[in-house]
Design a protein around this ligand. Structure first.
Ligand SMILES: [Fe+2]
Length: 158
C-alpha cells in the first residue's frame, strides 16, 4: 500500500521533489546574496539604473526563497537553512567584488539559466507525482525568469 503524506501525495516521491526544491533553494540563496552585493558595489554611469534593478531582483528572489522553503515543509520535508548547506548544494558560485555593470548582468543571466535548468529538472519529478502545487509554483518562476533572461540579454546588446 502506498504511503501518503499529509497532503495526500506519495511520501517517497515527495521526498524526491523536496530534494530538487532544496537544491533550488540553495542556489537561490547564493543568487540572492550576490544580488545584494551587486546592489551595494555597482559603479559607473549606469549606477542609478542598476542599483534599483538589482534591488528589484533581490526582493523578488527573497520572496521566492520563502515560497520554496514553505513548499518543502508542505511536502513534509525540511528546507535547508544554513549557509554551509547552501554553499555545498549550490551550482551557482558566489559573486564577489563585482562593481562592473556588464559583469553583474552576465552573472544574473548565467544564474537565471542555472535556476531554469534546476526548475525544469524538478518539474519532471513533480509531473510524475502529479504534484500540482509544486508544478504551478515552478511554472510561475520559469515564466518570469525566461522573460528576465531576454531583457537582461537585450540590455547587454547596448
Ligand atoms: Fe539599498
Amino acid at each position: 500500500m502506498r504511503n501518503l503524506n499529509l497532503i495526500g501525495l506519495d511520501t517517497t516521491d515527495s521526498l524526491e521533489v523536496a530534494v530538487g526544491l532544496n537544491k533550488l533553494l540553495s542556489n537561490f540563496q547564493i543568487y540572492y546574496q550576490t544580488l545584494r552585493g551587486l546592489h551595494w558595489n555597482i559603479k559607473g554611469n549606469n549606477f542609478f539604473e542598476l542599483h534599483l534593478k538589482f534591488e528589484e531582483l533581490y526582493i523578488d528572489a527573497h520572496e521566492k526563497i520563502d515560497l520554496l522553503a514553505e513548499r518543502i515543509l508542505t511536502l513534509g520535508q525540511t528546507p535547508h537553512h544554513t549557509f554551509s548547506d547552501y554553499l555545498s548544494n549550490s551550482i551557482i558560485k558566489e559573486g564577489k567584488n563585482i562593481s562592473n555593470g556588464q559583469k553583474g548582468v552576465e552573472f544574473i543571466i548565467e544564474s537565471l539559466k542555472t535556476l531554469l535548468t534546476l526548475e525544469r529538472q524538478t518539474l519532471i519529478v513533480a509531473n510524475k507525482l502529479e504534484d500540482e502545487g509544486t508544478i504551478s509554483l515552478l511554472t510561475d518562476f520559469i515564466n518570469l525568469q525566461e522573460k528576465q533572461v531576454w531583457m537582461f540579454n537585450a540590455w547587454l546588446q547596448s
